[in-house]
Design a protein around this ligand. Structure first.
Ligand code: SAM
Length: 219
């Protein structure tokens, strides 16, 4: 099955980091996400970046966490090719061609999962969040930035044909169904009010649902 979002990222992979959006929009969001993640998880053991694209966020995390195992997944092979060029020499980094909806990892494999500006491209967001809930270790954290449909972004969301910019309550329902709790939101100002971003942070697995919440892997 083709996914138009993935196809479009494959087509623009080589210019993704250098274009205006890359420099003025994606980069500050990535930097904010690293700051927030470092505050929540000062010394994680294993980090997964879902929708890692060209690996620029992973490169920031490699510098932030000098001893941590880093893994990135993305369904766009061309974005991963650029990531491989950037990070291929780093033995701590593993890059895999996969979407959020089917993560090729064991249960509880990561104590920090991050995702930057990718969620509104996922074909099945509920399945992706469930998979994150499955691979997160007890007490682990999810940090996700996206143009959620909050504030001015609700108007943007209405103009988007795919309808995948989600409201706070929609996201919190998905997180809750995946056994993730302790949700906190932060606003990241980027290019004025229309471009404000929000982050879902600090979603540790509730102790009482650790063994019960892990859903079966998708067939
Ligand atoms: C706007 S880019 C962000 C890339 C990177 N996280 C960054 O901050 O530069 C969105 C990425 O999400 C990826 N993506 C699309 N569908 C996805 C899915 N179902 N699961 C995970 N990633 C997906 C795209 O291929 C693309 O690389």
């Amino acid at each position: 099955m083709t996914n138009r979002d993935v196809d479009s990222f494959n087509a623009r992979a080589d210019r993704y980091d250098a274009d205006f959006q890359g420099r003025r929009y994606h980069r500050p969001i990535q930097q904010a996400m690293v700051r927030i993640a470092a505050r929540l998880a000062p010394a994680p053991r294993a980090l997964l970046d879902v929708g890692c694209g060209t690996g620029s966020t992973l490169a920031l995390f490699a510098a932030q966490y000098p001893a941590v195992a880093l893994c990135g997944v993305d369904p766009a092979a061309e974005m991963l090719r650029v990531a491989q060029t950037r990070l291929g020499d780093n033995p701590r980094v593993r890059l895999l061609n996969a979407g959020a909806e089917r993560l090729p990892f064991d249960d509880h494999a990561f104590d920090l999962v991050v995702s930057s500006n990718s969620f509104h491209h996922w074909a099945d967001q509920g399945a992706g969040i469930r998979e994150i809930g499955r691979v997160l270790a007890p007490g682990g954290h999810l940090v996700m930035t996206d143009p959620f449909a909050i504030g001015w972004n609700r108007w943007r969301a209405r103009l988007r044909p795919h309808g995948r910019m989600r409201t706070k309550s929609e996201v919190e329902t998905m997180l809750g169904a995946a056994g993730l709790s302790g949700v906190a939101w932060e606003r990241i100002h980027v290019l004025g009010p229309l471009a404000s971003y929000f982050v879902v942070a600090d979603a540790p697995r509730a102790a009482s649902t650790i063994s019960l919440a892990a859903p079966a892997r998708p067939a």
